[in-house]
Design a protein around this ligand. Structure first.
Ligand SMILES: Nc1nc2c(ncn2[C@@H]2O[C@H](COP(=O)(O)OP(=O)(O)O)[C@@H](O)[C@H]2O)c(=O)[nH]1
Ligand SMILES: [Mg+2]
Length: 461
């Protein structure tokens, strides 16, 4: 399938920089480029050899030189879109880029829609939908690990796994369908539990495995929120600053300085972390302070992990206990005993009874001591929380997660149906799962779904 029109777009960020690229894709890309690009004499001998960078000039309709550029011609089908592509590398400034874009438009190209180059790669069969989405995930990645995961998807790991599962579904459905379609052959078709059940169970495991990688990979993509909680004045804001290595939070001796929540981003062990510093969690009559405390409770409730800070130079008290109770069991927890530069008065006996699984780290936020230990403790907790060694294909998006969840539920229904309901239902549930899974690779995705996915891409991609 080929597109009759030629699209053009500025494919680099609009702004001042070393190089900006205007890219065209489609049947007229060459022709348009030949009209607007004038190759400099020194390289005219080989011009226009494919995949060779040519020095030259872009001229406007009046024949004036707009910019000095390097242009490359890439013939179909071995290109990003599988169509003819021309890229014009010009000086990156908003005006030259726009002027060159305008010239390509005046010569018959059409402005590309967001994601249209990648959409053409999909429509022309070079990549499937999950690979196209992975391209966007690479562009938007917030951590190196996110890039790693998305690259694996782009190379087709997820598609391959999903295709295998869909083939297994067809394999299980085949005898069922034979049984419905050829009643006279029914005695020759083996539909015993021994024959069908193992396949169904295996299918369930395969889809569940894919789902397991979801949270971990989503964290790599979107980050994870870690809240620093504790009484006023224990050193939460000082710790936030020490971790972020900047003066983000206001530190003050007066209890209750941090009235609103403050947050900062950092990366530990490859995890992008949103670190939230909360106001002290303690009974108070000050209305502004109180509002801050409500926010804190909420932040603690929304965080995937808590850093609970105690003042080591003061005894453990009932407020500390109240704070200790804010943790829910599936949240990760690191306990920080701060102010270790002062005499130690705290006992952790009670706290460790409540949260035996938490790691304890001693720090001095003002002296910057114990911060590296705190960082490793947080990383270890996140590893435990998210299952470190998952090498299953990367399921990166909420869309994939929804599809897999639905497919899993159809497979589970098929298992139940096989035990006590008509076989038609088993086959129908399996068909649902097969169809749903096809939306990951795009084979069964509707045009509306495709439009929606590609419209979220950036311009020029
Ligand atoms: N001696 C000592 N004082 C600290 C330490 N960390 C913070 N402080 C002091 O404790 C006070 C409260 O700190 P802050 O970070 O605002 O606490 P928050 O209310 O929990 O955010 C400030 O005067 C800090 O200088 C520490 O490790 N040792
Ligand atoms: Mg504070």
């Amino acid at each position: 399938m080929t597109n009759a029109d030629t699209i053009t777009a500025i494919s680099t960020p609009l702004g001042e920089g070393g190089i900006g690229i205007v890219r065209m894709s489609g049947p007229q890309a060459y022709e348009i480029a030949m009209r607007v690009f004038e190759c400099s004499k020194s390289c005219a001998k080989t011009f226009p050899e494919p995949r060779r960078l040519y020095h030259g000039y872009i001229r406007n309709r009046e024949g004036q030189i707009i910019d000095e550029v390097l242009t490359v011609f890439m013939p179909a089908p071995h290109t990003y879109t599988r169509e003819d592509i021309v890229e014009i590398n010009c000086h990156s400034g908003i005006i030259p880029l726009r002027m060159i874009l305008k010239i390509t438009l005046e010569n018959g190209a059409r402005l590309a829609e967001p994601g249209e180059f990648t959409k053409r790669a999909f429509v022309n069969g070079r990549i499937d939908l999950s690979q196209a989405e992975a391209v966007m995930n690479i562009v938007r990645a917030r951590s190196e690990e996110a890039v790693r995961v998305a690259t694996r998807t782009m190379q087709g790991e997820l598609s391959e796994k999903v295709s295998q599962i869909r083939d297994h579904i067809i394999g299980i459905r085949a005898p069922l369908e034979a049984w419905f379609d050829y009643p006279e052959e029914q005695e020759n078709v083996n539909l015993s539990a021994d024959q069908i059940n193992p396949g169904l169970i295996k299918l369930k495991i395969e889809v569940s495995e894919l789902l397991k990688g979801v949270e971990r990979n989503r964290v790599y993509q979107e980050g994870i929120s870690v809240a620093i909680i504790g009484k006023p004045n224990v050193g939460k804001s000082s710790l936030l600053n020490a971790l972020l290595r900047q003066q983000r939070a206001i530190v003050h001796e007066m209890p209750g300085t941090t009235r609103d929540m403050l947050e900062g981003f950092m990366s530990l062990g490859g995890y992008p972390i949103r670190l939230v510093d909360t106001a002290g969690i303690q009974g108070t009559d000050d209305p502004v302070e109180k509002e801050g405390i409500e926010l804190s409770r909420k932040a603690a409730a929304q965080a995937r992990m808590l850093i609970m800070v105690l003042d080591g130079s003061a005894p453990w008290d009932k407020e500390d206990k109240e704070i200790a109770m804010l943790r829910n069991q599936d949240q990760g927890l690191v306990i920080v005993v701060n102010k270790k530069d002062l005499d130690k008065k705290i006992s952790l006996k009670m706290l460790q009874e409540i949260h035996a699984d938490a790691e304890v780290v001693e720090t001095s936020a003002i002296k910057g001591e114990g911060i590296a230990m705190l960082e490793s403790a947080v990383t270890r907790q996140l590893d435990n929380l998210l299952g470190k060694s998952s090498e299953s294909p990367a399921v990166v998006s909420l869309r994939h997660e929804e599809i897999l969840t639905e497919a899993l539920s159809s497979i589970e229904s098929a298992i139940t149906a096989f035990e006590n309901q008509p076989l038609e239902l088993v086959s129908m549930e399996l068909q649902n799962a097969w169809y749903k899974l096809g939306e990951i690779t795009g084979e069964t995705a509707s045009d509306a779904l495709l439009d929606k996915i590609f419209s979220e891409f950036c311009l020029g991609k």
